[in-house]
Design a protein around this ligand. Structure first.
Ligand code: GLN
Ligand code: ZN
Length: 724
């Protein structure tokens, strides 16, 4: 048996990729240096592959994103020069960016219209110019088109067939090609499966050997997939458990190689080598030719655990990052082929386990997930306690993280200023912000989140059972990295996490200050999560910590709490049939966290507006107020709420904070008026559509002033009894 690996992170151990590209942007290195350094990184990756595995693709490297590069190879955009390339990635002409499947990687969304002809086609772009041997990497036509935009659904087939020619021209330079088709794991129609067959039958006319890879879940149409004229098929046996059952039923074709994805490309726990070998042996009963591989691209993992020196030894011994996954494949091969009989790579451990926390979870009863006082009554309590005007105004939490704030944090981390000095600095920022918000006339204030770098990492650092890394960077998009925390054990709260700043802010004003928390689903979605217990239990453990935090708020007189859940929708499984189970615990985790004294008004925030498909689950969250994106979608979303007789309050995100433009009163008013035509005025709050941390003060101040003026204007109109 042999091994195949793919998708190794391009970031580099020392984030060389990021530094190189950003240095070029900052004009610190020339174009020539850019290319030669990137080539070096690419060669290092190839050396790493070679050290451990038999096969791997070439040309996986990109300067920004592989979806964009595929678009260039197909001639959707023209590669004029490197400046023009980067202008498609960033700046005012950049392509839209969106999440790659249900991962935390974001890709550039190509725009392709019906009349597309591949006249600009060129194979000159970085990956396909070389004539080097090997298996050339490309994103497959189906996935490429499915994830692009700009065309009508009914034109999909016609367009995909148009892509055949440019694909063939690109592929014909090679003998072997690695094609990624993760979109094959989505819920596909019979018609789409037919189109896939047509496309691949035509591509195969080149006579090239195709290694086709699917991942992130199982493929529902395996019997049809087997008919494609390809040499090898990659299947995910980690997140696509159903693949295994299906193969046991229908077998695997003798003329193809099964590339069995058995080491996890998305999570960091060491593989149980013995068990993996067993799985392969079982699979080999059905598939004559078999290779061991990673179950999804490795770029969802940091480069290597060797860079982590400060984590507890016990934890390091539980972890595998990208390079260690390659090592595991090598071990698996050796054991499978009888070269070694055993290994101590993987061991069961009790590290991080906490009986008390487990008991607390086991003792949860249905009533723990149900708020005793219904919304109709809570609403009365809140209006008495809070005494807010019509159209209350607020913000989503964070305010600009200026260079000064980042500098102070750096100084603190480097030991140049003391903890006390840093605390005092944060406090002075909070104080200035409270005064500013009062001046502007906002009704519900926030403390600004100046002390937080990242809304998940911040909580991860304050909870038991979660570790944060120093070098565990993965790319989120382009050159932007983040360090996902690692949930390795039972989660508990050693003490209050956020009260110092929130209470300080509240002590400075008579207006309500919102307590600000990140919800269980979002903490889970943006972290690596242990797999020895159900996600549900992890979520409930986090929820209980948040509940305790809110109880502390309440004792200290805080009246409003916001639990942010921006990942609530994105964490949903790719296949609809798995939704019910997911949303069941996701909803319950929120309800558990917010099951506190009815006097506290519970807000939630989600940064998007596509609620149509999940509105029933949203309603079940039993919050009092939800703030959502409304400006770009022009409040269309309110229709979805209307359909379910939504009786809660909606914070209309009327200012698109992703743009540097200051919104005018008129344009925000249009959004509100549209919403008012659907639901009554007492349902609405007015706010920006997300946190302000990436904006500048000279954008924030005039925008918030306009927002407050709009609310005042609307209140006047309603006082005058003018109906809209
Ligand atoms: N409270 C967070 C902030 O304002 C919310 C961020 C988010 O939704 N992504 O920054
Ligand atoms: Zn948001």
């Amino acid at each position: 048996m042999e091994t195949y690996a793919y998708g190794f992170p391009r970031l580099g151990k020392q984030r060389e990729f990021k530094k190189t590209v950003e240095n070029f942007w900052d004009k610190k290195i020339s174009e020539q240096e850019l290319f030669s350094r990137i080539k070096e990184i690419e060669l290092q990756i190839i050396d790493t592959y070679k050290k451990y595995v038999d096969y791997y693709p070439s040309f996986e490297m990109t300067l920004y994103d592989n979806m964009l590069d595929t678009a260039l190879m197909l001639g959707i955009y023209e590669f004029k020069d490197i400046y023009n390339y980067f202008s498609l990635c960033r700046g005012k002409n950049a392509l839209e960016m969106t999440k790659w499947f249900n991962t935390n990687y974001h890709y550039l969304v190509p725009e392709i219209d019906k009349n597309f002809t591949s006249t600009k086609f060129q194979s000159k772009w970085n990956k396909l110019e070389s004539t080097q041997d090997g298996i050339a990497y490309i994103i497959g036509g189906f996935t490429f088109l499915k994830l692009s935009k700009g065309y009508k659904k009914e034109d999909f087939k016609e367009l995909l067939i148009k892509l055949v020619e440019p694909y063939k021209k690109n592929l014909s330079q090679f003998k072997k090609i690695h094609i990624d088709e993760p979109a094959f794991v989505l819920d596909l129609s019979d018609e789409e499966i037919k189109i896939i067959k047509q496309f691949y039958n035509q591509i195969a006319e080149t006579g090239i050997d195709i290694y086709l890879f699917t991942y992130y879940d199982s493929v529902d149409f395996l019997e049809h997939l087997y008919e494609l004229p390809v040499k090898a098929i990659g299947l995910d046996f980690i997140y696509g458990k159903e693949n295994f059952d299906k193969i046991k039923k229908i077998g695997f074709p003798d003329d193809k190689t099964l590339i069995a994805g058995i080491v996890d490309g998305r999570n960091v726990w060491r593989s149980n080598i013995n068990q993996k070998v067993e799985v392969l042996k079982e699979l080999s009963k059905y598939a004559k030719k078999i290779m061991a591989s990673n179950a999804s691209p490795l770029y969802h993992l940091p480069v290597t655990i060797k860079s982590e020196t400060e984590l507890p030894k016990e934890l390091i011994n539980m972890l595998s990052f990208a390079e260690e996954r390659l090592f595991e494949l090598q071990l698996i091969k050796k054991m499978y082929n009888g070269e070694i009989a055993e290994t101590d790579w993987y061991k069961e451990t009790e590290f991080g386990k906490d009986k008390k926390v487990q008991e607390r979870i086991q003792n949860l009863k249905e009533e723990n997930f149900i708020r005793k006082v219904p919304y109709s009554e809570r609403k009365k309590i809140h209006s008495e306690k809070l005494n807010l005007p019509l159209f209350p105004t607020t913000t989503i939490g964070s305010y600009p993280q200026t260079p000064e704030i980042r500098n102070r944090r750096k100084q603190f981390k480097a030991g140049e200023i003391t903890k006390e000095e840093y605390r005092q600095f944060i406090k002075s920022e909070i104080k200035k912000l409270i005064e500013l918000q009062e001046d502007i006339g906002l009704d519900v204030l926030t403390h600004g989140e100046f002390e937080r770098t990242d809304m998940v990492e911040f909580f991860a650092q304050r909870l038991n059972g979660i570790a944060t890394t120093k070098q565990g960077w993965v790319l989120s998009y382009g050159t932007r990295g983040y360090r996902p925390p690692i949930i390795y054990g039972d989660i508990s709260r050693p003490g209050p996490m956020t009260t110092e700043e929130i209470l300080y802010a509240q002590s400075l004003t008579d207006r309500p200050v919102k307590g600000m928390l990140t919800g269980p689903v979002t903490i889970i979605a943006w972290s690596y999560v242990r797999t020895d217990v159900n996600l549900k239990d992890v979520a409930y453990q986090i929820a209980l910590c948040l509940q305790d935090e809110i109880k502390d708020y309440h004792k200290a007189g805080i009246k409003i709490v916001q639990i942010d859940e921006p990942a609530f929708r994105e964490k949903a499984p790719l296949k609809k049939r798995a939704w019910h189970e997911y949303f069941d615990w996701a909803v319950k985790a929120f309800r558990l966290a917010s099951n506190v004294n009815p006097e506290i008004q519970i807000h939630t925030h989600m940064c998007y507006s596509e609620f149509g498909e999940i509105i029933e689950y949203i309603v079940n969250l039993d919050f009092d107020v939800i703030s959502i994106e409304a400006s770009r979608s022009k409040a269309d979303i309110v229709e979805d709420f209307k359909k379910v007789n939504f009786d809660r309050q909606i914070g209309l995100g009327v200012w698109d904070i992703h743009s540097p433009l200051v919104p005018s009163i008129e344009e925000m008013e249009k959004v509100v008026k549209k919403a008012l035509a659907i639901l009554p005025e007492e349902n609405f709050w007015i706010n920006p559509d997300c946190g302000l941390k990436t904006r500048k003060w000279d954008e924030v101040i005039p925008s918030l002033k306009n927002l407050v003026r709009l609310a005042q204007k609307l209140r006047e109109e309603f006082k005058m009894g003018r109906q809209l």
